[in-house]
Design a protein around this ligand. Sequence first.
Ligand SMILES: Nc1ncnc2c1ncn2[C@@H]1O[C@H](COP(=O)(O)OP(=O)(O)O)[C@@H](O)[C@H]1O
Ligand SMILES: O=C(O)C1=C[C@@H](OP(=O)(O)O)[C@@H](O)[C@H](O)C1
Ligand SMILES: [Mg+2]
Length: 283
Amino acid sequence: MDAKAVQTLNLPGLTRPEKFVTRTGCSFTRPAKPEKLQMTRRRVVLACSYNNVPASILESEGHKFPLEEELILKNRSQQIQPYLNGRCVYVVGMMGSGKTTVGKIMSQALSYSFCDCDTLIEEEVDGHSVADIFKLYGESFFRDKETEALNKLSLMNKLVISTGGGAVVRPINWKYMHKGVSVWLDVPVEALAKRIAAVGTGSRPLLHDEAGDAYTAALMRLSALFEERGEFYANANARVSLENIAIKLGRRDASDLSPTDIAIEALEQIGNFLKAEDGGYAR
Ligand SMILES: Nc1ncnc2c1ncn2[C@@H]1O[C@H](COP(=O)(O)OP(=O)(O)O)[C@@H](O)[C@H]1O
Ligand SMILES: O=C(O)C1=C[C@@H](OP(=O)(O)O)[C@@H](O)[C@H](O)C1
Ligand SMILES: [Mg+2]
């Protein structure tokens, strides 16, 4: 064993190793005393089903394994449950920021149900798509339906709710969302434009009018929208900066992050908010 590489970690709460893949090619040998682990730089496979295994030792060498992701998601959600107390989690952010995609992952980790606010509105308006609702009845009608939907959802619990990108603009909507906990997926507009260009602007009526190639058109419109709305997203209780996650995980840029990477960070940021709200006292 390379002595230089050996570090001793105090891992409170670690009980017994089974099988898991480390994320920095670290290896563990089971010490005599379970609460201490020795790490070397060689990759071995070891799994812990643990509470409080710091995610920092689960750093990826650029690839993750479902078991490891499950462990971390579960770990994060177990840490926040006592503070969340069944309150709904609202995911806010610009169009294309991953609210629906990441929201579903978070709901599974929290054993919550998932609700997409746009889908709820479509069901309320005879199954018309959001784009058709804009066309048939106009944006103001859509916004009223959005407020009605958020009002209804605010009476429920144990839901992860992915909101529509414009929900943050109306103060009344925040009155409803602040009955739960809100998290803002803060994604660089370039990454948003790339994602939306890949799927097309058909489902997003506010991106329809720009001329030019799909990416440039989306980038122009999203930049203008963010200019108008940026301050409203900042009302969220927690913020997930994809640029910060990329730096933390040593990735090239925000486009290099999976929805699960973002869900893990979202749960961590929600946890930070809840602990601060609670005076940091463990339950
Ligand atoms: N982390 C990610 N990396 C790459 N593409 C993503 C990521 N998260 C979401 N997407 C894609 O971006 C598009 C928008 O995602 P979606 O969840 O619908 O966002 P929103 O609900 O915020 O508009 C979808 O095509 C989705 O597959
Ligand atoms: O940003 C917006 O104003 C909108 C975002 C859309 O939802 P997504 O954020 O899920 O695309 C949808 O609510 C509608 O097209 C308006
Ligand atoms: Mg959505």
